[in-house]
Design a protein around this ligand. Structure first.
Ligand SMILES: [Zn+2]
Length: 220
């Protein structure tokens, strides 16, 4: 009887351990990604392309730069990451949580956040991204695609004490925001595309080795 009691106790402990194991997710190394409170990487959890709408507010002159930024991430993983649609009628007129992922170029921007060039909002549940929207600040900044003299965006640059000639690489900015879209967080370092700041006329359009390793952790 005594032996049976011990066996039941061991079985109970084993089942409690299994139960706990099922309930608290195993932490993962961050690999450059935002993590939830359990230390799991927050990603799309798929290798299939994620639908991304380009809102009609995005200037046509800047779209080639956007497509090159997309291509840079996709060439790294070796397959499509984004399924692009330019049908604006499918998304809200302004960024909102509408279950559609979209890029907007905004001529209105919060005055207390005027130093931001862009912002990507990522909504998730558990460790799974459900929606992400990219906002580009067209109110306080101007952008170029390769030709640095052809600037698109703010017509009131002098408001911020900037010269008319100050421009930012749209490709570099989108490479960064698409990194957030995929789940990547900011990273220190001058070469990574996930560095917090992008300087004027900085063509940061190549992935650093840390960026390559990060995206390969989840989307390879
Ligand atoms: Zn950022």
């Amino acid at each position: 009887m005594k032996k049976l009691g011990l066996r039941i106790l061991i079985l109970m402990i084993a089942s409690v351990a299994l139960f706990l194991g099922a309930c608290s997710p195993t932490p993962q190394k961050d690999c450059g990604f935002v993590q939830n409170i359990y230390g799991q990487r927050i990603t799309w959890k798929t290798k299939a392309p994620v639908k991304l709408y380009i809102h009609q507010s995005v200037p046509a002159e800047l779209k080639p730069a956007l497509f090159r930024a997309i291509d840079t991430w996709e060439r790294q993983v070796g397959h499509k990451l984004f399924e692009i649609s330019e049908d604006s009628s499918q998304v809200s007129g302004s960024p909102s949580r509408d279950n559609k992922n979209a890029i907007y170029f905004l001529s209105d921007w919060e005055s207390d956040r005027s130093s931001e060039q862009g912002r990507t909002s990522v909504y998730w549940a558990g460790d799974q991204i459900q929606e992400a929207d990219i906002r580009i600040n067209g109110s306080n900044f101007s952008y170029y695609d390769q030709d640095t003299s052809a600037l698109v965006g703010s017509s009131s640059l002098t408001k911020r004490g900037l010269t008319e000639r100050t421009g930012y690489s749209f490709e570099a900015l989108l490479l960064h925001e698409l990194g957030h879209f995929l789940g990547l967080k900011h990273r220190d370092g001058s070469s990574t595309v996930m560095a917090t700041h992008l300087a004027a006329f900085n063509d940061r359009t190549q992935l650093a080795s840390v960026d390559q390793e990060s995206v390969m952790c989840e989307y390879n």
